[in-house]
Design a protein around this ligand. Structure first.
Ligand SMILES: NC(=O)c1ccc[n+]([C@@H]2O[C@H](COP(=O)([O-])OP(=O)(O)OC[C@H]3O[C@@H](n4cnc5c(N)ncnc54)[C@H](OP(=O)(O)O)[C@@H]3O)[C@@H](O)[C@H]2O)c1
Length: 278
């Protein structure tokens, strides 16, 4: 059945980047651990989207989950972000490339619709370009055809978002960004998103923020909660309205990351962490 309505927003995303031939096994393991939302990309350079599909198939066969219980998100990646293993004809126009990449994603994931389709990154770091206008329109057309419930953008600055909004096009449902604590956890972009009910997805929450992971204030909160600093960071992210991603390859960390949802972080602690280093 083509998707006609937005999917519920999940509370944690399992990311499948950099897993190569472990992708299928780790996707299935994440589902066994309790993740119900998966992030991938049709970008062979960093992801094995077909391996995600194999992991999903194994989970379906085992009776762990059904497609309807899952949130599946993948991405369209410009040629500049790809290697030679392209999911589209490099000589085709961008609108055709989006359609071809989408068809390939649906085949890899063995589904007739995605829950979220994300532009992996704008064509230029300097602003929302004509290429982005074309690709965004093509992604919205995929949404209108029922092949994804919603569309999103990734690796964007406030300038990109303001220019996208200024173009008069529909705004994304999701923004997925690397989240640096020293930039107030991407404060500018999160503020833009909050005002427009766009859900902010944060990645590299642990790896981009080593100074937070070893900060005494975070250590004290972790000790109070009987948790790890990583769990405190994920719980904090949710407390300030983010949808966090984790790409852990460790079964214990998968369980810990999910368990962070139940930690009783106070509003004061969340506020303190939000402005800890920036
Ligand atoms: N849109 C984009 O351009 C973009 C870019 C990068 C990533 N992403 C997405 O975001 C996902 C996550 O990527 P990421 O950059 O956040 O990095 P990541 O791949 O999630 O790496 C996180 C690191 O933190 C560790 N970790 C996770 N949970 C932990 C825990 N409870 N305790 C201690 N260590 C823990 C992991 O080690 P262990 O494996 O040992 O647990 C790993 O070394 C990716 O898979 C991808 O889906 C998107």
């Amino acid at each position: 059945m083509p998707a006609r309505s937005p999917a519920p927003v999940p509370d944690f995303l399992y990311g499948t980047a950099w897993k190569e031939d472990r992708t299928a096994g780790l996707t299935e393991l994440a589902l066994r651990a309790g993740f119900r939302a998966i992030d991938t990309a049709n970008q062979r350079r960093h992801y094995v989207e077909a391996g995600v599909g194999q992991g999903l198939a194994a989970a379906y066969r085992a009776g762990l989950v059904t497609r309807a219980e899952l949130f599946l998100q993948t991405k369209f990646t410009y040629m500049g972000g790809q290697d030679h293993r392209l999911p589209y004809d490099p000589t085709a126009d961008l609108t055709t490339q989006v359609a071809q990449s989408m068809a390939s994603s649906l085949e890899h994931l063995a589904t007739d619709h995605l829950d979220s389709y994300v532009l992996h990154g704008p064509a230029s770091g300097r602003g929302w370009s004509d290429a982005d206008v074309e690709v965004w329109a093509a992604m919205l057309a995929e949404r209108d055809a029922g092949r994804t419930r919603v569309v999103g953008v990734s690796n964007v600055s406030l300038r990109h978002l303001e220019q996208l909004a200024g173009s008069g096009a529909e705004l994304p449902r999701f923004v997925q960004n690397r989240c640096f604590a020293r930039l107030g956890w991407d404060r500018e972009v999160r503020t833009f998103c909050r005002a427009r009910e766009i859900v902010y997805q944060g990645f590299s929450l642990l790896t981009a923020n080593p100074e937070v992971m070893r900060h005494p204030r975070v250590g004290a909160v972790a000790a109070r909660l009987g948790a790890t600093p990583a769990q405190v960071v994920f719980r904090f992210a949710r407390a300030v309205g983010m949808l966090p991603l984790t790409g852990t390859s460790d079964a214990g960390h998968m369980r810990q990351d999910l368990a962070s949802r139940d930690l009783a972080l106070t509003a004061e602690e969340a506020e303190a962490i939000e402005s800890l280093v920036g």
